[in-house]
Write a protein that binds this ligand. Sequence first.
Ligand SMILES: [Zn+2]
Length: 838
Amino acid sequence: MRLRVLIPLLSVLLLPSGTASADPTPPVRDFGNGADRNEEAAGVAESKAKTLRELAPELSWHSDHGRGYPRRTTLPIPPENPADASIKLGLIPHHAIAAKLNQLQAVGDRVSAEVVGRSAGGRDMYLVTVTAPESAAETRRQEQLRRQIESGRAVQARKYKAPVFVNGNIHGNEWEGTDANLRVIEELATSTSPQTKNLLAHTRLYFNITANPDGRVLGQRPNGNGFDLNRDFVTASQPETRAMRQIMIDNQPVVMIDLHGYVNGTLVEPTTPPHGANYEYDLFIRNAYANALGIEQAILALGYTPEKDGTFPPQIPFRDSAEGWDDWPPIFTPQYAPFHGAVASHTIEFPMRVNGSDYTTQPVAELQRRSRINVDIASAAIRATYTFVQNNREKLVGDQVEMFRRGAAGEPSKQVPLGIVPGFGPEDVYNTTYPRAYAVPATGPSAARLVDHLIANDVKVDKAVLPFRAGGRTYPAGTYVVDMRQPKRGMANVMLEAGADISPRVDAMYDISGWSHGLLWGATADPITDRRFHVAAVPVSAASPTGSVPHGSGPLALKVDDAKAVRALNDLLGQGVAVTLAADGVAIVPASAREAARTAADRYGVPFTKATQASGTPLSSVRIAAAASADELFTLRELGFAVTPVSTAVLNAGFDWSGTDVLFVSSGLSYGALNLAARTAIEAFMARGGVVTRGGTGANFNAAAGLLTVTAVAGRGDANGVVTVSSTTGPVGTGSPAHSFVYSPRWFTALGPEVRVEQSYTAEGPLVAGHWRANADGTGGPEAARGQAAVVSGRDERGAAVVLFGTEPMFRNHPKGLFPQVARALFWTASSAKVLTP
Ligand SMILES: [Zn+2]
């Protein structure tokens, strides 16, 4: 289920976000997120490939060239784990799935299974394809048609097998989607009915058996890294998300459903407003509403009743609620899938709660009764969905073609007619203005990261071969250009556009309301609005290399303005290189370490320049004790810092501070709840070490520990989005971007003389995109934050160097452009403290 309450819904459970964490294991397949690319020739090769593809599409099919269906794979069987949380519910444990799939592949010629990814905890993810057997030639033909559809060209839909995608168990403790998947696959594998034969002759059904194996085994919502995978689609920080993304890109489902629990009665999307402005919503809502009505009928036909079973009738938020269950941010699977062609997609929440406190307090027999009902309902939803596709195949494929066609033609955002389906009113109408293109200057690793991310999301990116002018500005050759006349322009725009302030239109939002990669990822993405814009450009398959070291023999400078630069800096420090920090925040690498700098330039794509001074303040590796959320721990480690998680309980049990330079506090640590020994120890630490805090927990810690003299003011708790900020030339503010991200924003007033403002919310705005209203009493709104300090620094009476963040610079590993600011805070607090106490 999702986290916040849709008021009219029954039995909605509030869950804390996950806290578990584990060291990530490299995924089996990584799909290019954050990869360092150094292929100079890639652009030319891709350009040739495109020409070939256009001339002779049959020459460039998939990597599975030469194979038909079924594709039987003997899946490796993991060791048995008697502690798998599924077992108590009478559901299949993760370790038993592979054997079951091996068996299902053997019963006939309809089932193909493969490992499509590996979870953060190292567990296999299984994709099952169920379809009628295909010769290699038929498979090639299908792929050719898929590409034709993706380019927005009409096909003879009756020759195309419509792809359907069922995603199971993305929240680990919402188990039953997996079991429903297996049940339906078995039915389809063994059925002798003509309807099934007809279905499989005209569709390909894809089942991601469990999208979250770690969570399934551990009985928790997030994956092994503590990430909610159903919030990760704009970021793709996790291997499971990247695997799901690739399933959608490769197979281009016309319809997808995402199986969750628990909302009673069963919740079936489409959603309430606001609706994402980058969808082709006229196509989407007709199909999504029709399928929802069919799913509803299929569930009702099961005969479960409130009186007999405790099971209430289904509810469709679009039809039954005014607000609170929206499809605004494409962070959820069904809200991401439409950009790859789904013309109907649904979150489905089956009704009978078996997680949370019910898991531990309900009798086993009762839990298993509930799970059986959930599996029945989820199975009915899957059957209704494939039947909907079977009955409407040509229309659905036609709508998918139309969606891609509008993108390729660069048509304006379409105004959806009121009443297109019953109840579709003015409150449902959301539109955007597509620019003609975006220009992304190739200015280093941030631009490369953005470009590689777009490409990984199947957005076409070109590179200008000559300088060009647009919007009164001249761009050099080599500038990346995202042409918005492309089939997946919705995906491109939903990432690159600023977004919108939707506070006036909606009372409450379900989750985040702003996320712009164009504003938060550290790169520039200028919209070009001139419709006549034209540029000589070639397609690229990866960003060009960005690492460099100048000739010569002197010391080198590295601007710490990107996450990659932080990583490189931490790598050099870890090797014992005597890196120092100049007053302007630039890291200086001694001439003796040029070889190490060259390696770092290659590995991380960071540009070194000639240093203008020989050395500055000595830097050393920063060792962090962090009372932080899982996403922050992940981000700090990704930046190359050594991080030890701590909490009130850990400190009260006795913590050895000798290996810590900086304490980071944002979650799970209360100064007032520390015992005497823990307080004595942390006081001794603060007399020599640094402190960085974030958010309400951090501000409370600052006040209780008597660090900086500030009053921390809380903005409205559910406010979130992209804000404009202005930075000073302090050690943290220097070089910060003009935008930041907030969730439950805070600002600091009544600053003591020891406090320096590093960054402020601007006097205009500050909300650019998102949802931020004042509280009922008028406090906590964006107007109150205007001009106020968002990030402050200072040294407290003990001598501890302290930085307080009122923003959310590491939220879900998303705002990449803000990570260097956190790194600067950590380096400054660590080194500043050490200088005082040698
Ligand atoms: Zn869920």
